[in-house]
Design a protein around this ligand. Structure first.
Ligand code: DC
Length: 223
């Protein structure tokens, strides 16, 4: 690919964004940036420090004092908070169910978006999140909105947990995903919404490699 375009991938929880985005980035030798991990990292630190997760100014103060580093690992992206590896901790139940409170604080979003724009400054980035096409990289050459039915997303999460040997309750997972969707789409600041010029791919009945191939084809056309 001769032009280092930026690719924005948005969509609800469990639509396959991170798996797909990482594979697209690997294929193009682009940098993969998981912006959800940045909100999770701050949530993790706020919980550790017992900070009110709905106090925007206080969370912003905490963020100003926090270095979030995303590194390329062997099989996954490594997430470091103040040089500490929190890759596993940020996927905990507590973080997952509280991150949308932190992510809806405007003070927090403003700073996160600033950091994310800087990371994509030189192009060659595949970035996934909720507001990438609409707010972080509105000028990106390719915007994709991944969707899938809530049942399918819950099934994927359920299978992932069972596959890891973790106990899981399908109905509870489905309710939690639906609740997170609601909080992410109904929040006032930068809600989850498809950008007008994004291409929507409904992944409900697609395999990961089919989705990846479709995005690579689109990237080729845009470059
Ligand atoms: O993609 P994820 O599940 O790791 O995202 C965690 C939370 O962060 C999710 O509830 C929505 C929020 N988020 C956001 O508001 N904006 C982004 N660009 C990425 C994630």
């Amino acid at each position: 690919m001769n032009k280092r375009i930026n690719i924005a991938i948005d969509g609800p929880a469990g639509a396959g964004k991170s798996t797909v985005a990482r594979k697209v980035a690997d294929n193009l030798s682009f940098l993969y940036i998981d912006t959800g991990a940045m909100y999770r990292a701050l949530t993790y630190k706020a919980i550790e420090k017992d900070i009110d997760l709905e106090n925007g100014p206080l969370l912003k103060e905490l963020l100003d004092d926090t270095v979030i580093d995303l590194q390329v690992g062997e099989s996954e992206q490594l997430v470091l908070v103040d040089n500490m590896n929190v890759t596993t901790d940020i996927r905990s139940y507590a973080v997952t169910n509280n991150v949308s409170f932190v992510a809806r604080q405007s003070e927090v979003r403003l700073e996160m978006v600033k950091r994310q724009k800087m990371l994509a400054d030189r192009g060659g980035v595949v970035m996934d999140g909720r507001d990438i096409g609409t707010h972080v990289l509105p000028e990106s050459e390719l915007k994709v909105f991944l969707s899938a039915s809530v049942e399918e997303r819950a099934t994927r999460r359920y299978n992932e947990l069972i596959g890891n040997g973790t106990e899981a309750d399908y109905d509870r997972i489905k309710d939690e995903i639906a609740l997170r969707d609601k909080r992410d789409t109904e929040r006032e600041v930068a809600p989850l919404v498809k950008a007008d010029d994004a291409i929507e791919i409904d992944t409900t009945k697609m395999t990961i490699s089919e989705v990846v191939d479709q995005i690579l084809q689109l990237a080729k056309e845009r470059a």
